[in-house]
Ligand binder design. Sequence first.
Ligand code: GDP
Ligand code: MG
Length: 441
Amino acid sequence: LTDKLSRLVKTISGQARITESNVTDMLREVRMALLEADVALPVVRDFIARVKDKALGQEVIGSLKPGQALVGIVNKELAATMGEGVADINLAAQPPAVILMAGLQGAGKTTTTAKLAKHLIEKRKKKVLTVSGDVYRPAAIEQLKTVTAQAGAEWFPSTPDQKPIDIARAAIDYARKHYFDVLLVDTAGRLAIDEALMAEIKGLHAELKPVETLFVVDAMQGQDAANTARAFGEALPLTGIVLTKLDGDSRGGAALSVRQITGAPIKFAGTSEKIDGLEVFDAERHAGRILGMGDIVALVEQVAAGVDMEAAQKLAAKVKGGGGFDLNDFLAQIQQMKQMGGLSSLMEKLPSQLTAKAADMDMGKVEKDIARKQGIIHSMTLKERSKPEIIKATRKRRIAAGAGVQVQDVNRLLKEFEQMQDMMKKMSGGGLMKMMKRMGA
Ligand code: GDP
Ligand code: MG
């Protein structure tokens, strides 16, 4: 696991009671993690203050494992700050429902306009029109035309000699006459917060009365995203945020900053340059990932509940005492994995760096494989399980038939068992216990 993660788990799991001083220690770790994730400093300060209040208050008193309770509070507070669940586009307006795109130049407005058009066509079955109010760069209007075609939506022409407000009026008129459900209005990019351009988009907002005013922000902007968000949030009544380029930013801290500063929900995340690189934003899931530790609370709890400590201790003692690791132990291990709520649910809770690596593993297949292994061991006699070396060809055939598998499946299992046995020999009992403790059990 990541350094950050193990550091945090070590800190929290070792604490018996919550006191002012160890809360400060634990929160220092959380603070570091948030800053490393590129959350803006004022946002971090606010956040830590809220968590501290809760931790020292009622929520932790009387809890058996205050360290875990604290992680729980951190996680809950993260999720609450990020907003609950998912928020789709609001289209509750007299058609055409107008969606205004706002944000800095290069944030991804034009790309996102087309991605949203595709989303609304495919998922919401809407008839969608796009128009560009970016009259400062002719290439920008052409860009919108191209990506709109890719999205399968219709594009309303505009030219650099027009005023954005006139373009908007003409587009809305056209959309109404041709029964479009949605009009997406792309706007001019701002390199930085610029008075004139801010006034222009405010004017567009007043004219269009959009049902959604989306602030598009580049997740890779990190700390700067906070300032941009503040400026746009003050100029416009934002109804939602689209966080782009999340594919390039493993830290994702900008999400917390822009959300807290604007108060608007993050509705979508951009995950690639391609037209289908848009995901409905799942706040709770992202909350856990900001700390780079996945849904660590749930993981800690699952491990604590799922692992039979007594069995683990026995196993550790056996390995330590040179008692040998046999197929019964192997079976016990497999069963513990199942108790932990299934591999796939466990995988979901790991930090994104780890899940990315496991992404191309088919978890359903892995689980089936575990079930098959269990079946094979169950078909063995007790003697075979404790003395696997006696399993030769005849026995293999009998076991395979009993478990309904091929002889090579039995061979594969025995081979894996041997590897595991080797590993167990190398690992001292103390090592195993330490590992379990670190997982919070
Ligand atoms: P605008 O100036 O706000 O209209 O920004 P554009 O839509 O022109 O996007 C700027 C650049 O960012 C382009 O090269 C896009 O392909 C790229 N881009 C936009 N969204 C994403 C995203 O979610 N992921 C990645 N990797 N690139 C993106
Ligand atoms: Mg653009």
